[in-house]
Design a protein around this ligand. Sequence first.
Ligand code: ADP
Ligand code: ZN
Length: 522
Amino acid sequence: MQTDISDTPETLLARVFGFPDFRPGQAEIVEAVRQGQDTLAIMPTGGGKSLCFQLPALCRDGLTLVISPLIALMRDQVRGLQEVGVAAGALTSGNTEAETDAVYSALAQGALKLLYIAPERLASAGTIDMLRRAGCSLIAVDEAHCVSQWGHDFRPDYLRIGELRRTLDVPLAAFTATADAETRAEIIKRLFGAGSPKIFLRGFDRPNIRLNFMVKNRPRDQILAYAQARRGQSGIVYCATRARTESIAQALSDAGHNARAYHGGMDAHTRRMVEELFQRDDDLIVVATIAFGMGVDKPDIRWVAHADLPKSIESYYQEIGRAGRDGAPADTMTLFGQDDIRLRRAQIDESPAPVERKSADHARLNALLGLAEATACRRQVLLSYFGEVSSPCGNCDLCTTPARLFDATTPVRKALSAILRTGENFGVGHLVDILTGTATPKVRDRGHDQLPTFAVGKDLSRAKWQAVFRQMMGRDLVRPDPERHGALRMTEAARPILRGDAEIHLREDSISTARDGPAPKM
Ligand code: ADP
Ligand code: ZN
């Protein structure tokens, strides 16, 4: 992979790592490390620390040395980097001789961007010289709490890092998930000596922001009602398309709100004007695509609504995070429905990305749908995605109104059977016709009124079947095939249920809010 140090971190994030967005906190840390500031970043496990030194390493001249205590982890990271074309290597006791030779020759040619070593290697004479010759320009220390003698993970060789830094005289970026103040002070003293690193210590929780998801049925009316209940407050409505921003902004204006559309297709002058109005007025609603927000730093945005499902948990977090920066209560509402799932799956399937990337994107979408279809505290689901453990928040829709679940094993098996008996060739509407025993011309023409599954689901309303299918899609039991007009295919995950080896419970409450019939288009 040719990386050019003039590439922006955002470009590299997408091109090399395949991530559409930074996780909370990453962008700031990446920027500080890229600029060569000494940094100490404390992030929960799973929060995405490695990216915070891997990405800057690609933006900087010279070699980044990564010190990490776990050989298996180092090897994983090196393999991951090599797979995406980054010149990375490791010197560990787990290396074969050939691997070690390859690393040394790459070092000699100045061809490595990242070199991982275990701390023990710092004890061997010659390591510092070798690093100097190799043009080491940044030191990254993973699991930096290992330098603390009071912690459980003390590694004596970590004490050599301070000297290494002084000798090489290069910036140092330290990372850990352990945040208590004593350990922090000790890390700073031992790694940075008299220096004072820039410290990033932020949990991901924004407790003043209320979380709320709703099943989409009449999105424009739902947004209008939501805005009506918050008349006079400043808010943002995020939409998936430019056309939708225009139509919703119009509907809000017609209802007497101070509202403006904002998207990347508008000329720069108009966009700047909307940004300024938003900053100035305290009651403006901006109806926008994701193009809106980067430069917006308004502390008193009171609410954020999503008319369409965001594209990932990362973007969701970023977008709702624009509300309530002043710490006062702020509200959010995210609409989601079958159409969103279909759209997002299709975007992934139709992208030119390689298969592994696509399957990672599907997994990320599954995580977002898991949040949308959560059955207990939403904030716990959100924070645990970022690696943070928390207790029920009391400030989300599911804490306020716990979800009612019902045993959906039988309906789900009926639905799967309808899908299989029709050759995985049909979309939700037709399948619901079959299950509810609705003999439409299409059903009769195909002879589907003769199937054993015809009318086996008469006991449930169409709305309830729609909700069952949506939740099945949300749990990735079935996937719409974009090449065949959203025909549903069964996934491996559904097999145990079909075989009768697993039960499934679905949400009752979101079902009752679904309206009969397919979601109307706006
Ligand atoms: P940590 O070292 O903080 O425990 P990792 O660096 O191993 O966490 O990252 C945890 C997971 O998060 C990895 O699977 C990584 O691929 C993923 N990840 C990191 N940054 C992002 C991002 N910006 N978007 C999506 N996934 C990310
Ligand atoms: Zn909660």
